[in-house]
Design a binder for this molecule. Sequence first.
Ligand code: KE4
Length: 424
Amino acid sequence: MDEKSQELFTRAKKHIPGGVNSPVRAFGSVGRTPRFIRSAKGDRITDVDGNEMIDYVCSWGPGILGHAHPQVIEAVKDACDQGLSFGAPTAREVELAELIAELVPSMEVSRLVSSGTEAVMSAIRAARGYTGRDKIIKFKGCYHGHSDGLLVKAGSAALTTSVPDSAGVPADYTKNTLVALYNDPASVEQLFAENPGEIAAVIVEPVAANMGVVLPREGFLQFLRNITKKNGALLIFDEVITGFRLALGGAQQYYGIVPDLTTLGKIVGGGMPIGAYGGRREIMQCVSPDGPVYQAGTLSGNPVATAAGLKTLQILKEHPEIYQGLEEKTHYLAESVRQAAKGSVTVNQVGSLMSIFFTEEPVVDYESAVHSDTKCYADYFGYLLEHGVYVAPAQFEAMFVSAAHTREDIEQTCRMMEAYFAGA
Ligand code: KE4
């Protein structure tokens, strides 16, 4: 039953492109009417028709504590009572910068912005300003937000809406964006050999999560660390998804690789609009007003958003056991799906991230990911949606598990998955 969602979607399409404020939400690749959400609490989300579902989108990552965590809500309400925005520095921004530096030691100095896109765009500019070089390397199928220079062979909804190279981006804006293949060192070596002394940075999702979840092969991240250092280029870890998710210190802690710059989003804002970028002082001191790399934002460090982000990180820091629970619950879910599907799908899982690919082959890079059967995925998605389980409405996204996902709801999800694969 989704009559109210259908009515809202019809109205939305009159005044909003595709009826949504972000393309993946339109359910285009699963061919259904998107569910308009009324509220969410814990691991449950409720749509405008009153359908309550177990949520594995978790707002695409911010919801690591679950929806509407009481302490986060209280912090936001208290902040609201003191005013919504000042356009001036506040103590909470200092506290958040200090906590980021404590939890992610490579981010000695960081700048808050309002989205992951803005964080990545700014980090790239800082890398170019610091090195004096123009070219960057990204990986096919990785997604780093929608800034012009990075909409090149991008993942996420750019992939499902088949616009990995967006219209409206002049060739001049992407001529300095070189594309390598994830988990393929030779493709990176070739680009460095062809562009000696010209590459400012390599940007990578340390765990790719925008072609679905694809794990780095053993040694791949270390290889990137070595080749960037050898060539005077910076290594940028885009941890918008993995930051504070794979571990309290993110993927760089989980895999033990120290990048030069890191970008954050999602969890750092606790569900409110915050992004951040940062690294060691000698790099970040090139950022205005200390240095010549300009970057600014009216709502950067917004007092209400920083209240949500700070409280979220404080809770994660006070309860490190959360990460063990996330790994156990997600691993259990992944194993259940593997058994139920009897080899008909590939499940990639790390920490509280997982993806179910509708292919029997291992999924280790972009090429193997896109061999997945997106029609089967759409069928799977529709079955789960009708049975109270809300997963990503696109094959090339991740499932997110939160601290609020109860064992009972994980078990219920396993039963739904088993029923689907039994009948598929
Ligand atoms: P935002 O500008 O959407 O806050 O962050 C961009 C971004 C940057 N880097 C990575 C690794 C990301 O995954 C993202 C955004 N992730 C998508 C989900 N795949 C956001 C969902 C959406 O676009 O609606």
